[in-house]
Ligand binder design. Structure first.
Ligand SMILES: [Mg+2]
Length: 269
């Protein structure tokens, strides 16, 4: 990773889409930070398309798509995309990945039982009731905060049972379908905005913080991380090109300011 200040002006000029993780990328200790929310508005007003890409639930995504200054949101690690059309009255659109499998699947129930029995302190995330497709096991959102080794043990149980699993900064997300944050992000951007794979790769800046962001780090040449990504040095194989010097939402704001500062001024929208 190199400092975000070293992004070239021509790369910054070519960016059209800002994709970002939410937990510990825009938030710190579970709170959306003033610096990151202001940065979202600054990027939006500069005409960039904003799309949070998160492991958070369908229920959260409904709120984000309707209330935040964004052009869509991808949730449950790629199971769904929600966006609002605002041509006249606001109209919420919902797209579900064709490979998404509802979370009442018996394998997920077996995994849930095994995790609760075999990993002391593990519990279902409190936003589980608002999820359609994944099982979220909380290891660090609330007390007791478990180790990353415990999170890895949960992931390995899920994979041994035939599910997919990713470790975020707070949850282990577990699901049955063949999708991830990356596949749904590409599907959404091409369908909604006509983004083209390959030719459009450098139009995307993705910002994340943890191992469940790795498919995005590996895929996009202008991917960035906030400084807290270094907590996961032992778990990450594919690092992004750029890093902020600051953590969480302050790191996101640093990336936004660097990007906007390198672009020619435009009339605000
Ligand atoms: Mg995160």
């Amino acid at each position: 990773m190199i400092p975000i200040e070293e992004m070239t002006p021509s790369d910054a000029e070519g960016v059209r889409y800002i994709l970002m993780d939410i937990d510990d990328t825009l938030t710190r200790e579970g709170r959306l930070m003033d610096a990151s929310y202001q940065a979202l508005w600054d990027l939006h007003r500069a005409g960039l398309k904003l799309v949070p890409v998160t492991g958070r639930s369908a229920g959260w995504c409904d709120l984000i798509a309707r209330e935040w200054p964004v052009d869509g949101v991808i949730g449950e690690n790629g199971a769904l995309a929600f966006w609002e059309e605002r041509d006249n009255r606001p109209l919420l659109r919902q797209d579900f990945h064709p490979g998404a499998v509802r979370n009442n699947h018996p394998v997920l129930e077996r995994i849930r039982r095994r995790v609760l029995e075999e990993v002391p302190g593990a519990r279902a995330a409190k936003d589980q009731f608002a999820r359609l497709f994944d099982l979220a096991v909380d290891f660090a959102e609330e007390e007791p905060v478990l180790s990353l080794d415990a999170a890895e043990k949960i992931r390995l149980i899920a994979e041994a049972e035939g599910a997919r699993a990713k470790v975020s900064s707070i949850h282990v997300n577990i699901w049955m379908g063949a999708y991830d944050k990356l596949s749904m992000a590409e599907h959404f951007l091409s369908g909604r905005f006509g983004w083209r794979r390959g030719a459009g790769d450098r139009e995307i800046v993705f910002v994340g913080d943890s191992p469940n962001d790795e498919p995005m780090f590996a895929r996009f040449p202008l991917a960035c991380a906030v400084a807290n990504v270094r907590r996961y040095a032992a778990l990450i194989k594919h690092w992004p090109a750029f890093a902020a010097s600051r953590e969480c939402g302050e790191g996101f704001a640093e990336i936004a300011a660097a990007l906007l500062g390198k672009r020619a001024p435009r009339a605000p929208i």
